[in-house]
Design a protein around this ligand. Structure first.
Ligand SMILES: [Zn+2]
Length: 274
C-alpha cells in the first residue's frame, strides 16, 4: 500500500513537472525579453554585426529579446587564459540568435557552454590510412560544435568575420547552424523542420544542391557556396547557412530552390537586409 502511494506520488511529481516546467520556462524567458536593452549593448552589437542596423524595428526588438535569454541561459568559458568580456558575449549571442530570429522559441537546447579561445586552437586528429596505419597530427581549428553540450570558437576569427560580413564565411553562423542540425542528436544536414510534410522537399533540394557542389568542386568550378560544404551533408547545411546570411543575393540567383528552403526554415529573407 505504502509502495503504491509513493509510486503514485512520484508519477504525479513527474507529470506535474512535465506540464508545468515549460510554462515556467516560457514565463521566465518572457520576463528576460521584456528587460530594457542597455544602449551600450546596442552600440557593441552594431559595431560587430554589420547588418544590425538593416533589421526592421520588429526584427530588432525580437533579436534583442533573444539575446537577453541567450545570455541568461548559456555559460561562456574563456580558454587559454582568455577573460570573456561583455563584447564577446554580446557578439556571439547576437550572431547566434540571428538564426533564431523568427524560430520556434528553442534556444539551442542541447548547448550549455561556449568555449572561447583567443585565437586558433590545436587538436590532435587521428586518421586511419588503410587497415593498420593510423596517422596522428596536430591541426589548427577556428571553431567546432559538439553533439553533447559545448561549442568552441576562436575570438580572433569571430572579430575577423564581423568585419567581412559579405564574404560568406562566419564561424559563429557555421557552428550554431551545426547546433540546429544536431538538435535531434544527429549531424546529417537535416534540422528539425516545422512539419513532417517539409522533409521530402528539403531532402530533394538539399541533395541536389550538395551533389552539384561536389561536382563543381571536383571540376574546379568556382561556386557561391564555399567548397568546404562538399565535405559532407552536415557541413553543407552549415556552409549554406553562412552563404544564406552573408551572400543572400548570389545564393538566390544561383540556387533559388536552396534559398527558398533556407528562407522557409529560418523564416527570414536576408535579401531585404542589403
Ligand atoms: Zn562545420
Amino acid at each position: 500500500m505504502i509502495k503504491t502511494i509513493i509510486f503514485l506520488f512520484i508519477v504525479g511529481l513527474i507529470i506535474t513537472g512535465i506540464l508545468i516546467n515549460p510554462i515556467l520556462v516560457r514565463r521566465r524567458r518572457n520576463r528576460l525579453k521584456n528587460r530594457p536593452f542597455p544602449p551600450l549593448w546596442n552600440a557593441i552589437i552594431e559595431n560587430n554585426l554589420p547588418i544590425y542596423p538593416c533589421l526592421s524595428p520588429d526584427e530588432l526588438r525580437r533579436l534583442q529579446g533573444h539575446v537577453q535569454v541567450f545570455l541568461a541561459e548559456k555559460q561562456f568559458i574563456g580558454c587559454r587564459g582568455l577573460q570573456v568580456t561583455e563584447e564577446m558575449k554580446l557578439t556571439l549571442a547576437a550572431i547566434a540568435c540571428l538564426l533564431l530570429l523568427n524560430e520556434r522559441g528553442q534556444y539551442f537546447p542541447r548547448l550549455r557552454s561556449i568555449l572561447v579561445y583567443p585565437n586558433a586552437y590545436f587538436v590532435e586528429e587521428r586518421t586511419s590510412i588503410g587497415n593498420y596505419v593510423v596517422e596522428e597530427r596536430r591541426v589548427a581549428r577556428l571553431g567546432e560544435s559538439w553533439t553533447t553540450d559545448q561549442l568552441v570558437v576562436s575570438w580572433e576569427q569571430v572579430k575577423l568575420d564581423s568585419t567581412n560580413w559579405r564574404d560568406g564565411h562566419n564561424v559563429v553562423l557555421h557552428e550554431f547552424a551545426h547546433q540546429l542540425d544536431q538538435e535531434d542528436g544527429k549531424a546529417e544536414g537535416v534540422p528539425i523542420l516545422q512539419r513532417n510534410s517539409d522533409y521530402p522537399i528539403w531532402a530533394k533540394v538539399m541533395t541536389e544542391a550538395y551533389q552539384q557542389l561536389c561536382n563543381d568542386v571536383l571540376q574546379g568550378v568556382k561556386t557561391v557556396i564555399d567548397s568546404y560544404g562538399a565535405t559532407n551533408t552536415a557541413e553543407f547545411f552549415a556552409v549554406a547557412t553562412e552563404t544564406f546570411f552573408e551572400k543572400p543575393h548570389q545564393l538566390l540567383s544561383k540556387h533559388p530552390a536552396l534559398y527558398e528552403q533556407l528562407q522557409r526554415y529560418y523564416q527570414l529573407d536576408p535579401v531585404l537586409w542589403a
